[in-house]
Design a protein around this ligand. Structure first.
Ligand SMILES: Nc1ncnc2c1ncn2[C@@H]1O[C@H](COP(=O)(O)OP(=O)(O)O)[C@@H](O)[C@H]1O
Ligand SMILES: [Mg+2]
Length: 280
């Protein structure tokens, strides 16, 4: 019964693709060989008390295969809205989004099923992908090893720390074997030391798997620490204000002088964006 519920929830989330999104299995993404995701002239409005509210305005962004992009912006600027559109959980009001297959998702809240063990949470993702029962346990163990949680297979969610839960979430996202991983402030609720460790882990896993990653954050240092490219969104409406290529060699430390220097520059730009917005 509980497994049926879990399956239903996961299937609903996975099936919520829309006509303006071509990431469903079997759908050939336009230019999929060259792009993990292509966001073309996407706008999004929501109905509000004072009429329609334009949240995203004419966003165009390509993510190359294997590229790590961070999407940076102030709270409420539309980062999660854009990520949900790329995930196919909602439809753009205008424009279109093509992804190379269906992306995997990871949120700030772990969204693990508490009645299942860490291992079973990962196995469920494998089962939904059609991996035969005989292979699931071994594959789940490999994935937990990849996130350095080899001994947590039999542990329930409440027995795990916040950092460990996010590691399991990462293993579960990787179980989907998507070519694109979408991450919405996945470490924002963690303490600074745990976050720092998970930055290292994410960088290592990204370099090992060569996945494309679109990582949303409001934390400038985190954006620079992780990304090959930082894309800054303005607020109300969200537009691409500027982007930076980060050519600081990996592995980086968040306290590296080069990370700090670029963060200062980006923070200046972000402040300017917020000031500009406050004048309107
Ligand atoms: N489903 C929705 N209906 C109405 N407004 C929404 C909806 N989702 C988001 N918004 C609005 O869109 C704006 C951007 O939200 P969000 O994408 O969550 O920002 P961020 O993730 O950058 O903090 C906010 O003003 C929010 O209130
Ligand atoms: Mg958000």
């Amino acid at each position: 019964m509980t497994t049926t519920l879990a399956e239903a929830a996961a299937t609903t989330a996975a099936a919520a693709t829309t006509p303006a999104h071509s990431g469903a299995p079997g759908a050939e993404a336009a230019g999929s060989a060259a792009c993990a995701a292509r966001i073309s002239h996407v706008s999004k409005s929501f109905p509000g008390p004072a009429g329609s509210q334009l949240v995203l305005d004419d966003i165009s962004l390509d993510i190359a295969p294997g590229e790590f992009v961070t999407l940076l912006g102030a709270s409420g600027c539309g980062k999660s809205t854009l990520l949900n559109l790329v995930a196919g959980l909602d439809a753009p009001s205008r424009g279109r989004i093509d992804t190379d297959g269906r992306p995997a998702l990871m949120f700030q809240e772990h969204a693990l099923f508490p009645w299942l063990t860490a291992g079973k949470n990962v196995e469920l993702a494998l089962r939904l992908r059609g991996v035969p029962r005989s292979e699931r346990r071994e594959r789940a163990e490999e994935l937990l090893e990849l996130v350095r949680l080899k001994d947590a297979h039999g542990k329930r969610v409440h027995e795990l720390s916040g950092g460990m839960r996010q590691r399991v979430s990462m293993a579960r996202a990787l179980a989907q074997e998507s070519r694109l991983l979408l991450m919405d402030e996945p470490f924002a609720a963690l303490d600074a030391i745990t976050r720092d460790v998970l930055h290292d882990e994410l960088t290592r896993i990204w370099r090992e798997t060569r996945l494309s990653v679109l990582f949303v954050t409001h934390n400038v240092r985190e954006a620079v620490r992780l990304a090959e490219r930082v894309v800054l969104l303005s607020s109300r409406p969200g537009r691409i204000a500027r982007e930076w290529t980060v050519d600081i060699p990996q592995p980086r430390r968040i306290e590296d002088a080069a990370v700090a220097e670029l963060s200062v520059e980006i923070t200046g730009e972000l402040r300017e964006e917020i000031r500009r917005h406050a004048r309107h």
